[in-house]
Ligand binder design. Structure first.
Ligand SMILES: Cc1cc2nc3c(=O)[nH]c(=O)nc-3n(C[C@H](O)[C@H](O)[C@H](O)COP(=O)(O)OP(=O)(O)OC[C@H]3O[C@@H](n4cnc5c(N)ncnc54)[C@H](O)[C@@H]3O)c2cc1C
Length: 336
């Protein structure tokens, strides 16, 4: 009979991603309610030492698949390994983060194992031992309750929604080394190179300073109309000072002013920071859909009628090219 709650952990360059701690914490809660074990699956190359970290977040058992062919994620290599583990051990629940990597992996697992998938969930409940997954639709205007009739009940968790418990370093886990049998010649995809920007991902940030098309309309000397991308340094300065990161609207990413990885919204990333600072962003519903889970929103816009002010907890009507540098100076004073 299917039992135990499983988490597919995510690591990059030998570091466990923050979302994994959030998923482990939620999985631990569910496992405790069910009176079952919580197990993690970790794939990568040279990652055995990370099993302890997963134990600190509540994993009772960690399956470690360590192989040079698993160094960088590819669906080709990861899917059969997780699928085989699932077939052998038959977990009842299988959770992972709603990240680009795990959304890819979970959909491949759903197809390979012929099981259901509840994507991008924001809440889980148990009813008679069955997982009821809550997921937002229509830009968080409505919620679906999803029950998977197949096993394992697979779901991905929206980053930033489930708060990670503090690690308990006294906790240990049983480590099971997975015998990886991969034929490199049979892998259809190969990641040749990966460039890490060193920047915090918007889905992991607690503070996001985000820019819209207003970044391209300076009326203040010293900023460029022709090269709007260069104006973004004022947002980067403020973000760095606050220990956060930068984000943008779709139009900004489409214009090539910022990388696509910063695109927030319905068709971009969904974020859940404590503070979202929207600069020169009108507040279109497709953008608001991506920031709905933010705790506080502050907006700077020259137009008092801009829809972003309806969502904002604090609003400043003014020219962002004057307001953002002034705000940065004030933060500097406070920080000493
Ligand atoms: C199917 C679909 C999916 C979409 N998905 C997304 C998505 O995922 N994410 C997303 O963001 N958009 C998405 N969009 C686009 C969305 O509808 C909006 O067009 C977009 O969000 C607007 O971006 P913006 O706020 O940067 O630009 P604008 O709407 O042009 O707003 C610019 C704002 O800057 C202000 N401004 C100008 N100059 C200054 C200044 N000096 N100081 C202060 N304020 C200033 C203006 O008053 C204005 O409010 C989608 C659209 C469609 C149709």
């Amino acid at each position: 009979m299917a039992k135990d709650v499983w988490v597919v952990a995510e690591q990059r360059a030998g570091e466990i991603k923050k979302i994994t701690f959030e998923v482990l914490t939620e999985a631990r809660r569910l496992a405790d309610q069910l009176g079952e074990q919580m197990c993690a699956v970790l794939l990568g190359s040279g990652i055995g030492g990370l099993a302890n970290t997963l134990a600190h977040y509540g994993a009772n058992k960690v399956f470690v698949a360590d192989d040079p062919n698993l160094e960088k994620y590819t669906a080709d290599a990861y899917t059969p390994i997780v699928a085989d583990l699932v077939k052998t051990h038959e977990p009842s629940i299988l959770l992972m983060g709603a990240t680009s990597q795990s959304k890819d992996l979970s959909s491949k697992l759903a197809a390979k194992l012929d099981i259901g998938l509840a994507n991008d969930c924001v809440e889980f409940n148990l009813q008679d031992g069955v997982l009821v997954a809550k997921r937002p639709v229509y830009g968080m205007k409505a919620f679906l309750e999803v029950v998977c009739e197949t096993r394992p009940q697979m779901a991905t968790c929206r980053p930033g929604v489930f708060k990670a418990a503090p690690p308990d370093e006294s906790k240990t886990a049983e480590v099971v080394n997975v015998d990886v049998k991969l034929d490199p010649a049979a892998l259809k995809t190969k990641v040749l190179d990966m460039t890490l920007t060193g920047k915090m991902d918007v889905t992991e940030a607690d503070i996001i300073v985000s820019g819209g098309m207003g970044m391209g309309t300076p009326r203040v000397e010293g900023f460029s109309k022709d090269k709007p991308a260069e104006n973004f340094y004022i947002l980067e300065n403020l973000a760095e000072l606050l220990g956060g990161t930068t984000g943008c609207t779709r139009l900004v990413a489409d214009a090539g002013w910022r990388p696509g990885s910063e695109h927030i919204g319905l068709t971009g990333k969904q974020v859940a920071p404590t503070l979202y600072i929207a600069c020169g962003i009108s507040g279109a519903i497709q953008h608001l859909a991506g920031i709905a889970a933010s705790k506080y929103v502050a907006a700077v816009n020259i137009d008092p009628e801009a829809p972003i002010f309806k969502r904002a907890d604090w609003g400043i009507v003014g020219d962002l090219f004057k307001v953002v540098p002034a705000l940065t100076e004030e933060v500097k004073k406070v920080k000493g």
